[in-house]
Design a protein around this ligand. Structure first.
Ligand code: G3I
Length: 363
């Protein structure tokens, strides 16, 4: 009888101690890990306790693993895979083909002239065979292609598109599947609530499936704010992708609490008055309690949409462990103080964390 009493009293602490366990009947809860954080015990302790999926924020990108052609540096990735295996975390490989984070040699020949289509395809196939092949069976899924479309639905301009053409995307998926037939393969992008961009990605997924090219999920990057995106639009976006017979993943979730600058304020040579900069960066010292609560409420609203679609949503990954190291402090403006995640700058769980841990039981 006494034992039962102890369990009843401790239940709220025992049951909700870990974020990912609160969602064990719904979807994986992931987090991105930066190069240095992998070796920071305090940060990894937070990862171990709260997340069951890990993504490298940048250290698995092409320019980090093969800066020089044929000279691979797998040290960090080997450590990352070992950490995940030893701590029972799913690994998401991020990312194989992107318009950023590529080494200089990739798109030029030995004489520095633009590479030919055939040779660039051979470089891509060799890289994927070597890289994906090395971690065969150890990476749950790969972001095979990242951010290939513009908001108007056209193909984003990139050296991949210029040299190979539109079928660089399907080639990348084919190469990845041949390198690890059991890995899940994803297309990952941001702004997918935007109708024309969403249409383009839906069409891509249908094309790949029609050609029998394996694609298992779409990654919806969740770089959001207290007001963006509209929840109904997000709900419809997830529902639409789910009709394609693929999984849906929220891959890079962060919620900025800062005002979004005007287009003219975002350029490198933009001149922003001190007064205006104060308005754009209002919480340098600390986040007011009322805004902290708005952030918690916003995360709950977003997760209610994810939970509504939990049969289609297989993962929600936060893009960063702590507010202290987060790309939103420097995007869309450099040097601001943002508070987009669920652990604060001293690694303390925020009200948003507490609210999310309790949410599944409260529904
Ligand atoms: O840590 C090194 C430092 O030692 C070195 O001195 C410095 C100068 O090169 O680089 C530092 O690493 C930088 C890293 O961020 C940490 O700040 C990398 O150069 C820089 O490329 C990296 O930026 C990452 C960016 O992708 C490009 O890879 C951001 O952290 C990361 O948040 C961002 O994530 C992207 C996703 O991959 C795709 N979706 C959009 C998202 C945001 O841009």
């Amino acid at each position: 009888m006494k034992f039962m009493l102890v369990v009843v009293l401790l239940w709220p602490f025992l049951a909700f101690a870990d974020l990912y366990k609160a969602y064990k009947n719904h979807f994986d809860i992931g987090v991105s890990v930066s190069g240095k954080q992998l070796f920071r015990d305090d940060k990894i302790k937070v990862v171990n306790k709260n997340f069951n999926s890990v993504t490298a924020e940048y250290s698995m990108k092409w320019n980090f693993v093969e800066l020089e052609q044929g000279v691979y540096n797998f040290n960090w990735t080997d450590s990352f895979i070992d950490y995940a295996e030893n701590n029972n975390k799913n690994v998401i490989g991020h990312t194989l083909v992107w318009h950023k984070s590529n080494p200089e040699w990739l798109f030029v020949d030995a004489d520095g002239k633009p590479e030919t289509k055939e040779k660039l395809l051979r470089k891509l196939e060799y890289h994927i065979n070597t890289y994906v092949g090395r971690y065969r069976g150890k990476v749950k899924g790969w972001d095979v292609v990242n951010e290939a479309f513009n908001f108007d639905g056209s193909y984003r301009s990139s050296r991949w598109l210029d040299i190979i053409g539109e079928d660089y995307i399907e080639k990348a998926f084919k190469f990845a599947h041949q390198a690890d037939p059991d890995a899940e393969l994803y297309y990952n992008d941001y702004g997918l609530v935007n109708p024309k961009k969403q249409d383009a990605v839906v069409a891509l997924i249908k094309r790949l499936k029609k050609k029998g090219i394996p694609i298992h999920a779409v990654g919806i990057q969740g770089h959001y704010s207290l007001t963006y995106p509209d929840l109904k639009a997000l709900d419809k976006t997830i529902a639409r992708f789910a009709t394609l017979g693929i999984k849906v993943m929220i891959t890079e979730l962060d919620v900025s609490v800062l005002p979004f600058p005007g287009q003219e304020e975002r350029g490198e040579d933009a001149v922003i008055s001190t007064e205006r900069m104060t308005a754009l960066n209002p919480f340098v010292e600390q986040l007011p309690d009322d805004v902290e609560q708005q952030l918690a409420d916003r995360y709950v609203s977003l997760f209610k949409v994810f939970l509504k679609h939990h049969k289609s949503v297989s993962r929600v990954t936060f893009w960063g462990i702590t507010d202290a190291h987060n790309w939103r402090n420097n995007w869309p403006l450099q040097g601001r103080t943002d508070y987009p995640l669920i652990f604060d700058r001293s690694l303390k769980a925020k009200p948003a964390y507490e609210a999310l841990v309790k949410l599944p039981q409260a529904l």
